[in-house]
Design a protein around this ligand. Structure first.
Ligand SMILES: Cc1cc2nc3c(=O)[nH]c(=O)nc-3n(C[C@H](O)[C@H](O)[C@H](O)COP(=O)(O)O)c2cc1C
Length: 366
């Protein structure tokens, strides 16, 4: 059985163990996207807790691509200073941190972004119910460039790697999904065409950052919707990215309209754990780069068993409740996350910063 605490590598980045904190929006930034001291402390606590690699909560590459309120930004050079406070705090504690950069596309609200949501096609978004404006080819070229500029800022801010958000129904994932991307040009239709935007973003980021800097992607492995992006298509896109030189793939899945088949599912029984594992195995068999898998991992034994077949396991909600989970598992003090996957962390986040709803109830004596 593989050991969670065996080091591994993404390109030259030496990661001390196989536990990754999957990106988690903090809901702690100022309205202009500036990360705050709360963002710094929330992230530093994870570094103290011994997780191998932290993937920071997603940062938007342009205000029109903001996915949620109080989200951090990587859209202008003025963000580099405040973002550096996060990486400095993590590095001082001996941790490693990747930035995650995103354009939310049509999966957002006009009042959050101060304009009409933009996406591959002019549809009413299935979950957000707002009219999306279809991106022109020059808009697409602009956004590809904005991804590259944001990646350069992330590196300037001291991040150890950059992850592209290619999952959960955001813009890259929208282009991949045949039920959202209805375009008749070279960005729509065949899988090669739907994957074009994703590959252009990756190539632009790679050109900007050069061959040695680690660049990876969180990729949807299925949408969980009739007529959406499928596991078989995800394998093909993973192969394209692998051949193009991506340094790792974090396998996820789900879109908000998929409900219980979304990205952050309820995990009630041990059998519910690792709900994208089979998709990750299919991707792992098709690529050379390291593969991480996220989605419902809660128990040390199941994580260890998964590590026989994939390179790393990532988690989000368990680290909200127990930022020091890696240390607890390493010391043998526990072998099970206490997260009950209730998802209240998200609602708490909307009210003033992500925290565990169960822990807040306990603290309030409820
Ligand atoms: C409060 C909250 C914020 C999240 N923010 C992000 C994010 O910024 N980027 C991202 O890729 N996924 C985000 N996710 C999804 C998680 O990274 C993860 O894919 C999902 O929660 C399943 O993993 P888990 O069962 O370990 O929580 C978020 C999830 C939650 C609950």
């Amino acid at each position: 059985m593989a050991d969670i605490f065996t080091p591994w590598k993404i390109k030259d980045l030496e990661i001390p163990n196989r536990l990754v904190r999957s990106a988690t929006w903090e809901g702690m930034a100022l309205d202009d996207g500036t990360p705050t001291i709360d963002t710094v402390n929330f992230t530093a606590d994870l570094a103290e807790g011994g997780v191998g690699l932290i993937i920071a909560g997603y940062s938007f590459i342009t205000p029109l691509g903001r996915g949620l309120p109080k989200q951090s930004g990587m859209h202008i050079d003025a963000m580099v200073g405040p973002q550096t406070r996060i990486t400095d705090a993590v590095h001082k504690l001996g941790g490693l941190i990747a930035a995650q950069i995103v354009h939310a596309g049509g999966q957002t609200r006009a009042d959050w972004i101060g304009g009409q949501p933009e996406g591959p096609s002019a549809i009413v978004h299935p979950a957000f119910k707002e009219q999306v404006r279809e991106l022109s080819k020059s808009d697409i070229a602009r956004i590809v460039e904005q991804f590259a500029e944001a990646a350069l800022r992330a590196r300037a801010a001291g991040y150890d790697a950059v992850e592209l958000h290619g999952a959960h129904g955001y813009l890259i994932s929208q282009f991949l999904s045949p039920n959202i991307n209805l375009r008749g040009d070279e960005y729509g239709g065949s899988l090669a065409n739907r994957a074009r935007f994703c590959l252009e973003v990756y190539q632009a980021v790679r050109r900007a950052l050069g061959p040695r800097y680690p660049v990876f992607i969180k990729l949807n492995s299925e949408d969980g919707l009739e007529g959406g992006f499928t596991p078989a298509e995800a394998v093909e896109v993973a192969k394209m990215l692998d051949q193009a030189g991506i340094d790792a793939i974090e396998v996820s899945g789900g879109v908000p309209a998929a409900g219980k088949l979304g990205s952050a599912r309820p995990v009630v029984k041990p059998e519910d754990e690792g709900y994208f594992f089979n998709n990750a195995l299919a991707i792992k068999a098709a690529v050379k780069c390291p593969v991480m898998v996220v989605g419902g991992w809660r128990g040390k034994a199941r994580v260890e068993a998964a590590l026989d077949k994939v390179d790393a396991v990532s988690m989000s909600r368990p680290f909200i409740r127990q930022p020091h989970l890696a240390k607890l598992w390493k010391s043998g003090q526990s072998d099970q996350a206490t997260c009950i996957s209730c998802g209240q962390c998200f609602g708490v986040g909307m009210k003033g910063g992500v925290a565990c709803g169960q822990e807040l109830k306990k603290a309030a004596g409820k």
